[in-house]
Design a protein around this ligand. Structure first.
Ligand code: SAM
Length: 274
């Protein structure tokens, strides 16, 4: 494995990360004072840094050793090479480029909340499904689950993860709106492209879970309402505690009543009655 070492951290090197992936990086890892970019071969890079050679086996073994099973409510999230003897419901996820291995606080809180709220036969939407982990969790609890994501690249990974877990889950590219990014409003605008319209999802659902980010929940507040029939449950996470008030006022203005709140570290998960 060829490693390109750059001085800094994820935040200071953020501007390079897309270019590194475009040039063939397979993954980025933050180390004390530096970021390691893993490449299958050496190449000329237009960034300051230096190459380091790692035996493939060491890197792979270290990665596998460091990735531990994760417990969340009645679930345990495992990589395909883990073994587990406990009574928990197993969710096996192949770690890849799609977000959702269970190692993030937001994913864990969403799984714990799903376990409290999902009943067999419910129709569940997982908005921003990533690896498919939340839709798979809902299906293991007996729900009829649909996972959608704006990023077409994650859909095959989510389908493969559902197959591994022997659950029937539908996955499709989609969103609640055209490919709109509220954060891009404050960033310098690229020349207007002509993106293909994102397929929009149709309700009604009994439960919707969305691990996105505060500004997007705020923007979707009215659209969330259209996903439900007479009543339902909405689980929102991906919310930094400092942005929670933003989400709460938008959801309350759209007629949602707060049922429960969880917090792990700086991340919050809010459960609403629709
Ligand atoms: N559900 C997984 C979990 O909880 O671990 C993954 C959550 S990940 C933080 C957010 C996902 O939402 C990404 O896969 C991203 O592509 C997707 N996403 C971002 N904006 C979206 C939008 N407007 N509509 C649908 N999906 C979106």
């Amino acid at each position: 494995m060829h490693v390109f070492r750059l001085r800094g951290n994820f935040e200071t090197l953020d501007i390079y990360s897309a270019a590194l992936f475009e040039l063939g990086a397979r993954g980025l890892e933050e180390k004390p004072g530096e970021v390691w970019a893993y490449f299958p071969e050496r190449l000329e890079l237009p960034f300051p840094g230096e190459w380091l050679e790692l035996p493939d086996t060491d890197w792979l073994e270290a990665y596998k050793r460091d990735l531990k099973p994760v417990r969340a409510g009645p679930f345990v999230v495992l990589a395909p090479w883990h073994t587990w003897e406990g009574p928990e419901k197993r969710i096996v996820i192949e770690p890849g480029m799609a977000f959702g291995t269970g190692h993030h606080e937001t994913t864990r809180m969403a799984l714990e909340t799903l376990a409290e709220r999902v009943e067999p036969g419910m129709r569940v939407l997982d908005l921003g499904t990533g690896s498919g982990i939340l839709a798979i969790g809902a299906a293991l609890l007996g729900a009829e689950a649909l996972g959608i994501d704006i990023d077409p690249a994650v859909i095959p990974q989510a389908r493969e993860n559902a197959r591994r877990n022997q659950v029937k889950v539908q996955f499709q590219v989609g969103s609640l709106d055209e490919a709109y990014d509220p954060l891009a409003e404050t960033a310098p605008q690229a020349p207007p492209a002509q993106p293909a319209p994102t397929p929009l999802v149709q309700g009604p659902f009994d439960l919707v879970v969305a691990n996105l980010y505060a500004e997007l929940h705020t923007y979707f507040a009215q659209k969330y309402r259209e996903l439900f029939g007479i009543c339902g449950t909405l689980i929102l996470t991906g919310i930094l505690a400092e942005r929670e008030a933003l989400v709460r006022s938008a959801l309350e203005a759209s007629g949602f009543g707060l049922l429960a709140r969880r917090q792990e570290g700086e991340w919050v998960c809010l459960t609403y009655a629709a």
